[in-house]
Design a protein around this ligand. Structure first.
Ligand code: C5P
Length: 211
């Protein structure tokens, strides 16, 4: 049987992680959330009191191991920003390419990120591009933050999350190295009107068609 590599790319908070994890489970493949590599790099720099934009971030990236990815302090707003800043540096991306390629090994994998189908695995068996409107993504992210649905300033909170998401997408899409963009041969799934089960079902249909 052929080695299966499934690339799941898209903007922040589009549901890539949820889909990729469930897809990996359904297909019995290892799963790697590649954003965690950039998050762990940014986290280590913050911990060392360094500016993620200037210090030699690639030194920190080189020392990130898979064990760093289970840290529980990687999904906080300051690390969102730090990850995006280190991810714009070509030297950092160069260091992390091999980790990602090795992860798929001989048996294949599902990987989610921004450049999996364009740069890391241009020959991936299946490339999915997961999107939703900025508003939908902000609402979902806000709900994940265990926010109070009855908060009187709910609308303002969601608007703030949306601003942060839009700023990070703009940074990720406009950088010169491995910008966020859909591969020519990727299949787009718009998730605005789909729940997680429907997104998984659609992805499995696409995988079945292409393998
Ligand atoms: O996916 P996640 O939001 O965890 O990614 C955090 C940041 O890491 C992104 O905003 C992006 O700048 C960077 N990233 C990347 N390439 C990837 C995965 C993440 O540049 N493959």
């Amino acid at each position: 049987t052929r080695r299966l590599v499934i690339a799941v790319d898209g903007p922040a908070a589009a549901g890539k992680g949820t889909l990729a994890r469930r897809l990996a489970q359904a297909l019995d493949l290892p799963y790697l959330d590649t954003g965690l590599l950039y998050r762990a790099t940014g986290r280590r720099m913050i911990d060392a009191g360094l500016d993620p934009q200037h210090a030699p971030a690639e030194t920190f990236a080189a020392s990130v191991g898979l064990e760093d990815l289970s840290r529980t302090d990687l999904r906080v707003p300051e690390v969102d920003r730090a990850a995006s800043l280190v991810a714009a540096q070509p030297a950092v991306r160069r260091v992390l390419v091999d980790v990602q390629r090795r992860f798929a090994g001989e048996h294949g994998a599902v990987l989610d990120g921004r450049d999996i189908g364009t740069v890391i695995f241009p020959d991936a068996t299946v490339k999915l591009f997961i999107t939703a409107s900025a508003r939908t993504r902000a609402e979902r992210r806000w709900e994940q933050l265990a926010s109070d649905p009855h908060a009187p300033d709910r609308a303002e909170q969601i608007a703030r999350v949306e601003q942060e998401i839009v700023a990070r997408d703009a940074a990720d899409s406009s950088r010169s190295t491995a910008p966020l963009c859909m591969a020519d041969d990727a299949v787009r799934i718009e998730t605005d009107t789909l729940d997680a089960d429907e997104v998984l079902a659609e992805a499995l249909r696409i995988v079945a068609r292409m393998t």
